[in-house]
Ligand binder design. Sequence first.
Ligand code: Z5A
Length: 216
Amino acid sequence: MEDGLFLVLEGVEGAGKTTQVRLLEEWLKGLGLDVTAAREPGGTALGEAVRAVLLDRSELEVPPESELLLVLAARAAFVKDVVLPARARGDVVVADRFSLSTFAYQAYGRGIELETVRRLDAFARAGLEPDLTLLLDLPPEEGVRRQRTAGKGCDRIEQAGKAFHARVATGYRALAASGDHRICVIDAVGTTDAVHGLVRAALREAFPGTFRILTG
Ligand code: Z5A
């Protein structure tokens, strides 16, 4: 692929994003494609430092506006240092979260006006849009149950409470329904393999030229 592709996996906590990024990366590499996989916030030294502040420092009071600007500071570096160079090399970039998370968590969840979030986000990502966002659709309580079963600890944002996470889930569905973004909703309730099958099918449908040639 000459121009690369930028794919994003989104969804509530525990929806299976990390699992599906790993399976997608393996599948794409098996097809002979070069893949760059990364998470947000993260993917760069600055992004990982922001992540540590945002998630691990539960004792810090972080106003919603500061939280927004921190995730966007990380995003600017992620786009500039990871996504754009990888796409220019012809890689498929697979990101675990991107702008849709900011709309869902900082606008719908924290209550910052969506248009303000959109404007600041557009500046941070220098206008870059994902070629496709795959939204793993799972009821938030099922995501929490999966996290608990896995014995995962609760970070600062996960501690925000049930009502917050319900608003985030509502936000994701509203954003998908708005038709404003290239979003494909994937039913994430099934087994890991079943969800991976749906992800593959969505990519074949969205990029028939690329994936029909590669998978026959
Ligand atoms: N955040 C923000 O506020 N604004 C932003 O702009 C951005 C982020 C970019 C990052 O957390 C936090 O940052 C996030 C939003 C905020 N906070 N919250 N909440 P993260 O992305 O690192 O973590 P997370 O999304 O909260 O959780 P996670 O651990 O990454 O979940 P996941 O990746 O979606 O799921 P998973 O790790 O693949 O799977 C969870 C468990 O379920 C695990 O044990 C799996 O083995 C299991 N699993 C996975 N798939 C299945 C299926 N299909 N069936 C059964 N079990 C499964």
